[in-house]
Design a protein around this ligand. Structure first.
Ligand code: SAH
Length: 361
């Protein structure tokens, strides 16, 4: 049998949005610099066919760094006694939204550790208050594993989207990254619940997490194809000095960019952020992410005095820039590479996965 070239596999992925395991393996391990350029170009074409030059922005509000979990990779894990813990009040959160709204943000992402202080009623009240004051904005929650009833209560309160990275689709690998109380099974249950309730649902994983292999990455890619999420968050793993993974190497820029492009071809319409972690391992990481097929960036709207405390990993970028300053900088960066930041909710564009094939073939 004739061995298929990498370019043929990329063309096949554009058409069918999935590949057999061994073909994914070739893509992940056998690409020449020329193949890589081809992949990037195709991912960019698909992204343009769906979203044009638009880059969506999300205002990220890290509202608590208390966490009851003990994920081995995470800097705000419960057993990190050195973390300086904080919580924002509802009023502080609303102030972040007000600032963000004035700057043009129309999506607010509330992210935090799994903090029992914020029970369902408190979260629902915060969501209701944001939606009452900013009815034209979307609210995204990223607060971990909850029951079906909790997710439903937040949805009824007005939450539109939910980010819950699956972290790895391989259950043995999942156990290597998490304490025994957590399981891939429950993570997947949460993701299915979120989708069935009607959230635009986001999953995702770290690139280069400890014990990750090409095979576990293929598990992730096959899961993405199967689950059809509206959003996918991926970024390089970066060690944190007060975690068991302190001495592990960080994920690479190149692998993250390759995966962003592959994910764009698997899910042409997906909302795909160039993440903070990508911007942390390389000063031009976020631009390179957009050029690899990402279409979302999530600048930080958290108050200055808490930013340095939400440390998931070492050297997380939390510049002294005011939100306004950092946004105008970001606008310039995006214009510099031929893209533009738009002032809109930036919802998932529903439709078929066959995107204007004529324009890209
Ligand atoms: N408690 C929420 C939010 C977690 S923080 C939840 O469970 O969903 C958001 C994401 O940051 C995590 O899902 C994880 O993938 C990522 N993250 C955590 N520690 C990290 C590290 N050391 N390097 C890179 N990303 C990390």
């Amino acid at each position: 049998m004739k061995v298929k070239t990498v370019k043929t596999l990329i063309d096949e992925l554009i058409k069918t949005h999935v590949l057999p395991r061994d073909a994914f393996k070739t893509l992940l391990t056998g690409m020449t610099p020329d193949d890589r350029r081809y992949l990037t170009q195709k991912a960019q074409e698909v992204r343009r066919a769906v979203y044009g030059n638009d880059v969506y922005i999300r205002g990220l509000i890290e509202f608590t760094n208390y966490c009851k979990n003990d994920c081995l990779y995470c800097g705000i894990r419960r057993s990190n006694r050195n973390a300086d813990r904080y919580r924002l009040t509802k009023e502080q959160i609303l102030d972040c939204c007000r600032q963000g709204y004035a700057l043009g943000f129309r999506t607010f992402v509330l992210q935090g550790g799994e903090d029992p202080f914020f029970d369902d009623e408190k979260i629902a009240a915060i969501v209701r208050a944001i939606k009452a004051e900013f009815p034209d904005c979307a609210v995204t929650l990223s607060i971990g594993e909850k029951s079906f009833e909790s997710y439903q209560a937040f949805f009824k309160a007005g939450a539109d989207r939910y980010l819950l990275r699956h972290e790895t689709a391989n259950s043995a690998h999942y156990q290597q990254l998490h304490p025994p109380q957590l399981s891939l099974e429950n993570r997947m249950r949460c993701l299915r619940d979120l989708k069935s309730i009607g959230y635009q649902t986001g999953c995702g994983f770290m690139v280069g997490s400890p014990f990750q292999t090409t095979d576990t990455i293929i598990d992730d890619l096959l899961f993405l194809h199967d689950f059809q999420p509206e959003m996918v968050g991926i970024g390089p793993f970066i060690p944190h000095k007060n975690t068991p993974f302190r001495d592990r190497p960080a994920g690479t820029l190149q692998m993250t960019l390759t995966l962003l492009s592959i994910i764009r071809l698997i899910l042409p319409r997906v909302l795909l952020p160039a993440t903070t972690a990508l911007g942390t391992i390389d000063p031009t990481g976020r631009e390179q992410g957009i050029l690899a097929g990402a279409n979302v960036v999530m600048p930080n709207l958290s108050p200055q005095n808490v930013r340095s405390k939400y440390l998931l990993y070492n050297d997380k970028i939390c510049t002294g820039d005011e939100a306004a300053e950092s946004l105008s900088h970001l606008k310039q960066q995006m214009e510099g590479i031929g893209y533009r930041i738009v002032e809109s909710r930036g919802d998932f564009k529903k439709g078929s996965n066959e995107v204007c094939m004529t324009s890209i073939q």
